[in-house]
Design a protein around this ligand. Structure first.
Ligand SMILES: O=C(CCC1CCCC1)NO
Ligand SMILES: [Zn+2]
Length: 370
């Protein structure tokens, strides 16, 4: 089955400046100039590994375009769009608003290219040119709400694509599965009162944003029941995530019967990631993807489209992304995870009672999905 792939060098040109990890330089606070944890290096290495492994030859390259203002305004307020443009127009760039999210000079157009790239990929899937796909886009999007940027996210890429699918592609029911280790708060908020978009977020409990992503956040008004959250304890690994897939994600998808499944593909639940404390391996991402590919085949003619979100370990995330993409494309590069022996112990951890309890609490709400 043909798999579409969106990448563009401009995604690497979103300049996150000289923040040292997360914070801008401040000598008086002991913070030297450095590299932002969300700099372009990991994204570049993912693309390089997709190319060097030979997998690129098995993919259908799809050229991104900038999201139109109409497409952006289905999701964001005009004030928010203008704010990002204003920050981006400044000679030295600026910040999106939360102090952690640099906006480089020209990042406005790059963030539109990210949203437009995923939207174009979804269009090609809807038209049947490709069955599924992956947009290796940057900056990420899942924290951005209608009127606020945060957590490195400027525009909500996946929300723009979801609304386009509904408005222009004849795909009325959209499921968004977010496996980024941080809560997909922006995506959830945008669709919180909307029963036509099911949002499901599996994340490390209380990691980011603070006090966000609780099981009780289950949608509102007509959307009640159509937001699911699986906050997992720090240290959850392979067994916990696969249990959450089987107990929450797959039953909810079966009940919702989407016309399209969108995946917020963050890889920062990997065992070596600096911004969280989960313990996933490349094989976990492979197995989660297998389950989602099967669900898409069962429910919506294979229509499964992934947007890159977080993932900050430059030497392990590429192997996690490669494992995911091999499974999405239904092929293999014969390149095993070179760290498999190192992480074997992590992946061997059984499902622990406190993890099972957290997943069961979320599973109680699946029956509210119609
Ligand atoms: O990967 C991310 C970014 C999380 C960071 C944003 C500020 C502190 C943690 N979100 O999915
Ligand atoms: Zn993240």
């Amino acid at each position: 089955m043909p798999t579409g792939y969106v990448f563009h060098p401009h995604y690497l040109w979103h300049d996150t400046g000289t923040s040292d990890g997360l914070l801008p330089p401040d000598p008086s606070a002991g913070i030297p100039p450095g590299a932002h944890v969300g700099n372009a290096d990991t994204t570049r290495r993912i693309h390089d590994l997709i190319h060097a492994s030979g997998l690129l030859r098995d993919l259908v390259a799809i050229e991104p375009r900038e999201a139109t203002m109409t497409e952006l305004l289905r999701v964001h307020t005009s004030d928010h769009v203008q704010h990002i443009k204003d920050q981006s127009d400044q000679r030295g760039g600026g910040d999106a608003g939360d102090g952690y999210s640099p906006v480089g000079r020209g990042s406005y157009r790059i963030a539109r290219l990210a949203a437009g790239g995923l939207t174009e990929l979804v269009t090609r899937v809807a038209e049947g040119e490709v069955t599924n796909g992956y947009a290796l886009t940057r900056p990420p999007g899942h924290h951005a709400t209608a009127d606020h940027a945060m957590g490195f996210c400027l525009f909500n890429t996946i929300a723009v694509a979801a609304r386009h699918a509904q408005a222009q592609l004849g795909l009325p029911r959209i499921a968004i599965v977010d496996v980024d280790v941080h809560h997909g708060n922006g995506t959830q908020a945008i669709f919180y009162a909307d029963p036509t978009v099911l949002t499901i977020s599996i994340h490390q409990a209380n990691c980011f944003p603070p006090n966000s992503g609780h099981v009780r956040e289950n949608g509102a008004g007509p959307g009640a029941g159509y937001a699911l959250n699986v906050p997992l304890p720090a240290g959850t690994g392979h067994a916990g995530y696969l249990h959450a897939m089987h107990q929450v994600v797959l039953p909810a998808l079966d009940r919702f019967a989407p016309d399209l499944i969108l995946l917020a593909a963050g890889f920062d639940a990997n065992v070596f990631d600096p911004l969280a404390r989960q313990m996933l391996t490349a094989d976990t991402y492979r197995q989660m993807t297998r389950l989602l590919v099967d669900a898409a085949g069962r429910l919506c003619d294979g229509r499964l489209v992934a947007a890159h979100e977080g993932g900050y370990n430059p030497w392990y995330v590429p192997h996690c992304a490669l494992a995911f993409l091999e499974e999405l494309a239904g092929t293999t590069t014969h390149l095993p995870d070179p760290y498999a022996a190192v992480v074997a112990g992590y992946a061997a951890e059984p499902l622990l009672p406190h993890q099972r309890d957290a997943i069961e609490a979320a599973a109680q709400l699946v029956d509210r999905v119609k």
